[in-house]
Each structure stands twice: as structure tokens, then as C-alpha cells.
Design a protein. Sequence first.
Length: 465
Amino acid sequence: MTFKARVDAALADPTLKVAIGRTTGTAERKRAAALVDFPQFEAARERGKRIKSHVIDHMDHYLVEFERNAIASGATVHWAATAGDASRIVVELCRQAGARRVTRVKSMLGEEIGLPHALDEAGIERIETDLAEHIVQLGGDTPSHIVWPAMHRTREQVSEMFKKLHRAPHTDETIEAMVDSARRELRDKFLSADVSISGANFLVADTGSTCTVTNEGNAELSTTPPRVHIVTAGIEKLVPTMAHAFAMLRLLVRSATGADITQYTTFHCGPKQPGDRDGPEEFHIVLVDNGRTRMLKEGLKDMLRCIRCGACMNHCVVFRQLGGHAYGGTYPGPMGAVLTPVFDGLESSREPVHACTLNGKCQEVCPVDIPLPTLLRGWRDRSWREGLEPATMRFGLGVFTFVASRPWLYHLGASIAVRAMRLFKRGGWIRGMPGIGAWTAYRDFPAPAKRTFMAMMRDGARGRP
């Protein structure tokens, strides 16, 4: 489907609008409440920005340090230049372990490298252990949000799905009963897996450890019983020390869910050692580049600060109308509009870049102050310079340039347009009008004021009301 087709489908789906509103609305309110109780947030945000910027500027040093300390702890470190390389490494490790069943902890990096598909193609049974990812897997979907992958589903839809597909479905229509149903479905699979696969929220250079945060405990139950634990992580997830990791956690959790800290914050440091009561016998870490070093060279260095909290999309006026699937890439929302051209190429992903309103809310709520509007404008500029914009766009901008460079013509045209639009006004809104059908197909258009902004400014300067 084209971007326009995905947008049309999303806007025409009233159930999707309900699902998005429930989740993003709650996330926005909880984040705001969390910041009221955390007056140090701006200082913590500035520190987080400095930490990540420092690591990005010295990434070669910290990658070497992390690898050295991870190997010293007993881990095996693998390097993957591309998404295909990363998936092949993980599948080969599973085959070497004789794995028939693997449990997987939610990881957007895993989605980025196509790991679910690669495991399925290899004939290895894949069990998604995160509740939302379990819902996504049952529905044959892909994640629509980086924190709440199943946010495109209402609880009513989930209830129907569980009743149809679970071995022992719930009978009470409560969230608790549905969670119990998922627990019954997954528990024996946790304990019978041969390999566990997780992502990492942070990679701690001075200890060689990886950090995961969850609210369900599924990561701990996934990664502990199997003989082999495989971690896949982007190379930008580095922090220098454990103290820096905790500084970043204070930002991540409040920005993602509005909590002070997640229920489970776990650091994995190598395989099971003599005297340990549990843990994997083998511990593998796959460090993935997949365009990240190229981002350093192409003016996208700031995007590598991203800690995958999802705050930008929770507050994005476009995302909250469309949901995540309309974007067409692994990562949705403002951060996805910046990242997808890196992974998939600008020619196939330029349209979401243009969907942004550039209102700046995404940067305002970003816990590490990523200038997302500036990065999006950079992609727009590059799309224009590379001749990727359609002829209609170039012609339209040419007409606008001609008119806007002649103030008398621009003011005349704006005055006529305002008067013409007001003819279609009904109760302060325009419900239909030639030329704006794409807008009014799904929502009303605000009627303009009686005079143009420039006319009001001119009259104000002359002292007229």
C-alpha cells in the first residue's frame, strides 16, 4: 500500500481512533503528572543529552571498552554491519544450540533487522513473551508503537482474539482476566524454550553488561531458564558507566510511561558463573550498525541520542490521527520519519517526512532534546535536491514562489481566497469545498477569519480596530 492509501485507511477506521486516543491520551497525562513530581527534569534532560552526545562523539572508544569487558565476563560479542547480517548471526546461533523453540523479549531492534521473519523462515518456533507483542503475534500484525506495540487494538478486540486463540481463555471481561489468560498460554513456553532473545535499553561500557526494563517481568522469565541468551542491540545504546545508565533510566521511564521507575530493571553480565543459582550457559551479544555509522557522516548524529521512549509519537498530532502502521516503517511517529529513510532509502519513505506539521512538540517532550523538526527539514531539503518530489509538487511550489515574491499579487490572492472560503462556512467550519476534499473527507476545516492576517497587522499598525 502507498502512504496515502495507509493514511486513508487509518482515518476511515473509527475503532483505531478510539484505541490510539486511549493510549496516547493516558501517556500524555501520566508524563505531565510525573514531571510535576520531578522538578529536576530539565536538569536531568540536559545531563542525558550531554551523556549521549559524549558517547556518540567517542563511540569507537566505548565500543572497544564494552567489547573488552563483555568478553571478560564470559560473553561472546558478534558484530553485524547490516540488518541481514544481524538476523543471520542470530539464526545461526539458534541452530548451533539445536533450538526448536525460542522466547523473544520485545525489541524494536529485532523488528528493524527482520528477526521475527528470519526465525519463522528458519522453522524455529518463536514465542513473543511481552503481552502486547503476544497480541501482535496472534493477530499477525507488526508493532504500531515502540512502547505499546498493540496500541492499535482495543481491549474489546483483544478479548475476542484471546477467546478464539487461547487454549484456556478468560470468561470475565476484565483486563485482569485477560492477563491471566495470556499467562496460562505462555507460562509453559517460558520454561521449555531452548534460546532466549532480548534487546537492550542500554549497554554499559565499563562493565560489559546489558540492561533491560519491563513492567511485566517477561524479560527476566524469558532470559533466565534457557541455556542460551542472545542480546541484539544497536551500537548507539552505549553509556559509559552504571551511574550514567541510571541517569538515563530516570529520563526513559518518566518519558515513556510516566512512572518513576519500571517494575523490573535488570542488568545481564555474562553467562552463568560457578556458584550462580540460575542463568544461561551461553551469553551472546550482537552489536548492530545497520546505517548508524552512516548517520554520523550524514548530519543525523543527533538522532543517535534517541532512547526509544516514544514520547515524541505520544504527543504528535499526526501520529495521534493515524497510528503507527500508516508510516510504513519499523519506527513510526516523528522519530520514525527521521529513521526510516536511513534504513529503507529516502525515495520510498519521503512521504511521512512531509506529513509532519513541524510544530516542534516532539522536540519539546524529547528527554534528550533531539531537534526532530530540524532533521525532518533536512530530509525535505535533500528530497528536493535529489529530484524526488513529484512534478505536481515542483509546479505548485513554482506557482507559489511566483505569487509570494510579488506582495501585491499575494495579498490580492489571499484576500480573494478568504472571501471565497467563507462562502462555504457552516457554524465556524467548512465541511466541504473544492480543492480541500482530501482534508474534509475525514474532518472539518476551520473557517478563516474575515480578514487576512496581513490585513489585520496593517490595520493594527495604523491604530484601527
